[in-house]
Every structure is written in structure tokens, then in C-alpha cells.
Ligand binder design. Sequence first.
Ligand SMILES: [Zn+2]
Length: 346
Amino acid sequence: MQITPEVKAQLEEQKKQCVFCKLISGEMEAKKVFEDNIVIGMLDIYPAKKGHVLYMLKEHYPIMPYIPPDEFKHFFGLVPKVCGAIKEGLVTTGANLFIANGFVAGQKAAHFLANVFPRDNGDGFFNFLFKLRDNTLTEEQIKMLGHNFPLMMNNHFTRNPAEWHKGKGEVPNFLKEIYESSIPIYEDEKVLCILPNKELIGGHIEIYSKLEEKFIEKLSIEDSSHLFFTASFAATALFEGLKAQGTNIILKSGFSDDNKEGKLCVHVLPRSENDGLQGMMWEPKPPKDELDVVLKKIKEEVWKIKYVEEKKVEEKKREPEVIKIKVEKKESSSDEIRKALERIKN
Ligand SMILES: [Zn+2]
């Protein structure tokens, strides 16, 4: 990732003020759930609900487009194991992961992070209960997303060739109904992206794994990171195509009152000021449950969170041409980043 010297200096300044960097370095005390050399999870001391974990990269990146691909892969590759450990520790039936990109989307600090929530039927958490309506996108907008998004994914595969990727793959039975009732805008062997016929907001994109119907913890490191790479390009498509001022990425997995069928789905939502979706956010309030008890329960399961690099690496080294392409493409991606950052600053 090319970060210009200017931006780098700006980030260094930001880091000095960053509460999360202080919690990570130990300068401030944190309720650490687990950590490795790249990522860390800690309990939110003002949890939106019991078991609310802040899952972060140790390095300070204000927004998702800044995250270098290797760290992105590590972070999102571990999501299944993180969700799995929290679910098992607190014995729940589901999990959510929530990301706010940009102030209007509810981003509160300049340190990129994901909120992870264990979920259960009857847990009283209704922030992600979507009130859906008919699709409001114009035909032009639908066409544009259906055109731009696959292009971005193609560029992604050019930069990061994947042995398994040859084309569209097949739609598994458990996604047939969704496929037929919606507008598919991208698919490959591992994911299906659609514009649902009922949306939360215009531009609502849903991303399904073709490999697993319900439970995020069943996905491999590579399959999970691909799912979220796809989500991050969907977010970029919304920034650029629909001029969103921010985006939310919300993973639903397993059973809860707002996910009756337990389906595994990543929702990507464009956000703008006064768009009526502010109700998804929560107010910081003191915990109802003893945090140290919650911490202990989750900690018993975190030994399972381990990043094991999948082969690949050697193959890349054998192909100098691939590396060349990677360098060329970087300029355009840093342009995207600059644009996204400008929007967040405004
Ligand atoms: Zn920070």
C-alpha cells in the first residue's frame, strides 16, 4: 500500500491522540480478549450488549481502504474464529459483525475496527432489525453497479490471482430462491452479490457465501477474507457510484430475532446524513453484566483463534509478471483511498 509521506505524517499525529492505540500499546488498561502480532480483540467497556468485542488491527488505519492487503486478509480471515470463540464462550446461536466507515455511518474513532456481537433469540438487541421496503434504485444506478462492481473484482483478481477462480461458479441450492428473486450484480465461485428486492436503503447490497448457508465460523481463513474483500469493494462501489458519504458493513450469521432463518449474509449499506438509519447505533452505557466474568468465559475459547497462512505465497514469488501488474494497479487504488478519506474528513 502506498501511503504518501504527507498522509503518513498526518497518521502519526492522529496516532498520538488515539485512545485505541493507547489501549493496544498498554498505555491504557484494556480488557483484552486475545491478540496476535497483527490483530487484537478487547471488550468494549460500554457494551451495546453482553459480549460486545472490539476487534481491531494493531496498526492505526483510519478507514478500510488504507489497510494493506496482507493485514486485511489476516484481519478478515480470522473473523470466523473470532466469532466462533465468542459464540462458544457465551454459548449463543448467532453473531454479528458491524463496521462503520465514515462519521455519518457511525464511526466514532479514527482507528479502524469491527464490533463483534454474540447473538441469541430474545437477547433484546434490535439495532439491526431491518425495516425493508421495495427497491428504490433507478435502472441507471442498477446498471452502473452491475457494471462497475464486477470490474473492481476483476482488478482485484488481477492484483491477487487466485488459483480457484475461473469464472462464476454455480449457485448452491440454498441460494437459488434469493438468486431468482433479486438482481445479481456479481458472483464467483465463493460469493454471490445481489441487490435484494426488499432493501433497507437504496443501494443496499447483500453478499452471500456460496460455501456456507448459515454460520460464519464454518468458513476458512481464505473464504472469509474473500467474502470481506468483496464487501469492501461493494462499499467502494457505493462510495463512487452512489456518492455515499459513508458505508456500513454488517455481517449476520446464525440465529437471532433479526435473522430468523439464521442465514449468513454480509449487508453493505450506503450512508448519508439524515438517512433515517441512525437507529442502528447505540449509546455508550455502563455494562449490565460483570465484564470480568464475560471476559473469562470468552478467554477460555480464544486458543482457537490462530492465523495459519494458506500455501499460495510461494506461487506468487514464481511469477514476476504478477508482481509487475500489482505495482501498476496501486496508483489507482491509492486514488480511491484519497477520495474516500476526503469524504470522511468532510
Ligand atoms: Zn489508533
